[in-house]
Design a protein around this ligand. Structure first.
Ligand code: HAM
Length: 418
């Protein structure tokens, strides 16, 4: 039997309802905050991701699904959405009329990471990206939206972690200090950190190897290197979070796994998911639009790990799965044809109905109705047809009523909403 690819998975009925629910709540929230949906391809030129995310990152070095197409062009299944949204913003000159644009996009991403609970090779993200506003107030708004999305989904136990990566000027001084620090502990660093120590020392700060994490507990903090403007923006972020009534954790190690960030970075973390504690991550990427060939326009955004959020919501999934309103237990050929007509008319009227197609006994049809969780069962057989009326049983109240054949559809279409 052919199995699915390692790290890939099926999202089955029962779980899908949770995903649909999240999508509905998230798109409602985006709409209320003025975000427009954008749909972008799942494949782009490799160069787009290499240049945006950074050549020295884990994602670009080890995790991308990259292959030459038949003409030899290098293509990559998107490991994230931000670079592609930026590409689209530039390509369609969306800045020309009004540089301020707010987008959201939902879809699959691909990273060849080591699969484990909460970490997949095909996973889904809900992204939000804001272009054209440099103020930390927008970063605070994004965090506010994330926390309230969790609240609307009844996900408690989430807290924003925030940090500032400063601008490239602040980072030059910081990198020198961090490089010197890494020199001192180089004996215990993993191979990647050794290699990246000079070119991109920041990457050591989010290395997942335990010995590196341990060695870096005393590493210098970037916030100590912020210049006046970056400091003021970081203060503004904290002040505005407080104004919005949000608690947060200052997390000096939060450098994120992608190179394009500047100033505010944040993650929404939870204690409920074990090792994969980040439900969402994001931050400002003020230099990226320019670096990819567009004008100098600031931008910020986030991505929610849909799989992880679904797992948190899934704990409360009861009630999300729609059950049939009605099961039509039909006995005999004539009744079955009538049931078939009614079932299809009810479907169009928004009343979910099921029936038996196999000519089973009444007893086994009732059992099936019960298993499906149908709220009502309509019983129709030769005898009922002779009498000109059918029996409707309310399964929750255990009550029964007769309905004249001529009134059946009208009566069924007005069954009480569950
Ligand atoms: P990221 O931190 O790489 O950021 O991913 C965001 C979220 O996606 C993570 O917090 C996590 O919940 C989820 N995620 C990442 N990798 C996996 C995986 N292998 N399996 C399951 N879930 C995963 C970004 O991708 C940035 N583009 C976010 C952003 C948007 N920054 C600015 N705008």
């Amino acid at each position: 039997m052919i199995q699915l690819i390692r790290g890939f998975r099926d999202i089955l009925p029962g779980e899908v309802e949770v995903w649909q629910h999240i999508e509905e709540v998230a798109t409602g929230l985006f709409d209320d905050f003025g975000f427009k949906e954008i749909r972008i391809p799942i494949m782009e030129k490799t160069e787009l991701f290499a240049r945006s995310i950074g050549e020295d990152t884990d994602i670009v070095e080890k995790e991308m699904y990259t292959f030459p197409d038949r003409k030899g062009d290098l293509l990559t299944l998107r490991p994230e959405a931000t670079a592609a949204v930026v590409r689209s913003y530039i390509q369609h000159k969306m800045y020309a009329q009004d540089p301020v644009r707010k987008f959201f996009t939902i879809g699959p991403m691909f990273r060849r990471e080591r699969p484990q609970k909460g970490r997949y090779r095909q996973f889904y993200q809900i992204n939000a990206e804001v272009f054209g506003i440099g103020s930390a107030l927008v970063d605070a708004q994004l965090i506010h939206m994330l926390i309230h999305l969790c609240k609307r989904l009844n996900v408690a136990d989430v807290i924003p972690h925030i940090n500032s990566l400063g601008c490239p000027d602040c980072r030059t001084a910081f990198k020198a200090a961090l490089s010197a620090f890494l020199e001192n502990v180089s004996g215990v660093l993993c191979e990647d950190c050794q290699r990246r120590r000079h070119r991109n020392p920041l990457r050591a700060l989010d290395c997942k190897v335990p010995t590196c994490r341990e060695a870096l507990t005393e590493a210098p903090s970037l916030t100590a290197f912020l210049d006046r403007e970056c400091r003021a923006e970081f203060d503004l972020l904290q002040e505005s979070l407080t104004r919005l009534g949000l608690d947060y954790v200052l997390d000096k190690r939060l450098v994120r796994g992608l190179d394009y960030y500047s100033r505010a970075t944040f993650e929404i973390q939870t204690g409920a998911l074990g090792a994969q504690s980040a439900v969402a991550g994001g931050g400002r990427y003020d230099g990226l639009v320019k670096a990819l060939g567009g004008p100098d326009i600031p931008a910020t955004g986030f991505a929610i790990g849909f799989d992880r959020l679904a797992e948190l919501v899934g704990l409360e999934r009861e009630g999300l799965v729609r059950r049939p309103k009605l099961f039509i237990a039909a006995l005999g050929e004539r009744s079955r044809m009538l049931a078939f007509e009614w079932m299809n008319a009810l479907g169009l009227a928004g009343v979910q109905a099921e029936m038996d197609h196999e000519g089973r006994s009444l007893k086994s049809q009732m059992k099936r109705a019960d298993r499906l969780g149908a709220a009502f069962v309509l019983m129709v057989g030769e005898e009922e047809l002779e009498r000109g009326e059918v029996l409707l049983r309310d399964m929750t109240q255990s009550e029964q009523e007769s309905i004249p054949l001529a009134d059946v559809l009208e009566r069924l279409q007005s069954l009480p909403a569950s």
